[in-house]
Design a protein around this ligand. Structure first.
Ligand code: NAP
Length: 222
């Protein structure tokens, strides 16, 4: 069995993606900052028949991401799929003229340094997965990744940098059959919504991983 690692795994999209991939036989490494929350989520997922375990890391601390991914691999098995989808801090989203250099440190650590640390940690192992494996690296963002918003400056700027990184990875890792893709979700994730329910979005992420031919999928433009 191989592993899906979700960096930024909470009760919303993270849990839905864990269930979707779990149904297909993946074990799931849940990575975020609080062990207690991760243990509770892993227990819920276990009740649904998904093998899951929590590993703490703060995406703003690259060494902690590398350590968590290493522990996940040792405990659950090689990582076939990585999803990077932590929920950005509210204070990253300030009006453009009120945004100082100091205000951009967090968003850049969160959306650029974190992904680079995660990718460096997982790619070497993805090159040695068993025959028939389908390695994927998947990123999830909000709409400001494609259309900057004047009142959400930190995420707009940092997501643009992450988008460029995703484009480059898609091209270069594609040459090794490691798929890199991105789901952009415009507006809020809403349970019960036809397009933006977590389970509907989780299925789109599963489709990205399966089809491997789309660089970027976007749900609603707002
Ligand atoms: N929620 C929305 O309405 C919405 C809208 C558009 C796009 N999105 C995208 O959807 C994804 C999130 O889905 P979701 O909102 O349903 O969230 P979720 O999967 O329920 O939880 C995301 C988790 O990210 C973790 N996180 C936040 N900061 C972190 C950090 N510094 N280091 C490690 N983990 C961190 C949080 O856990 P801890 O606090 O315990 O660390 C949180 O539980 C993100 O990619 C986001 O850009 C969300």
């Amino acid at each position: 069995m191989t592993t899906l690692a979700i960096i930024g795994a909470g009760k919303g999209l993270g849990a839905a993606v864990a269930r979707r991939f779990g149904r297909e036989g993946f074990s799931v490494a849940l990575i975020s900052r609080h062990q207690g929350r991760l243990d509770a989520l892993a227990a819920e997922l276990e009740q649904d028949g998904v093998q899951a375990q929590g590993f703490t890391a703060d995406v703003r601390d690259p060494a902690s991401i590398a350590a968590a991914l290493e522990r996940a691999t040792e405990t659950l098995g090689p990582i076939e799929v990585l999803q990077y989808s932590p929920l950005p801090q509210k204070d990253f989203m300030r009006p453009v003229l009120e945004t100082t250099p100091a205000d951009l440190v967090g968003p850049v650590e969160f959306s650029i340094y974190g992904p680079v640390a995660a990718v460096h940690q997982v790619v070497p192992g993805m090159r040695f997965l068993p025959e028939g494996s389908r390695p994927s690296i998947l990123f999830v963002n909000g709409g400001s990744a494609v259309k900057p918003g004047r009142n959400v400056t930190g995420t707009s700027i940092a997501f643009a940098g992450q988008k460029a990184y995703v484009d480059l990875l898609h091209e270069v890792l594609g040459e090794e059959d490691i798929y890199v893709g991105q789901l952009i979700i415009g507006g809020a994730i809403v349970a019960g919504d036809a397009d933006k329910d977590p389970d509907v979005l989780a299925d789109r992420i599963w489709q990205l991983h399966q089809k491997r031919d789309t660089l970027r999928d976007q749900v609603s433009e707002d």
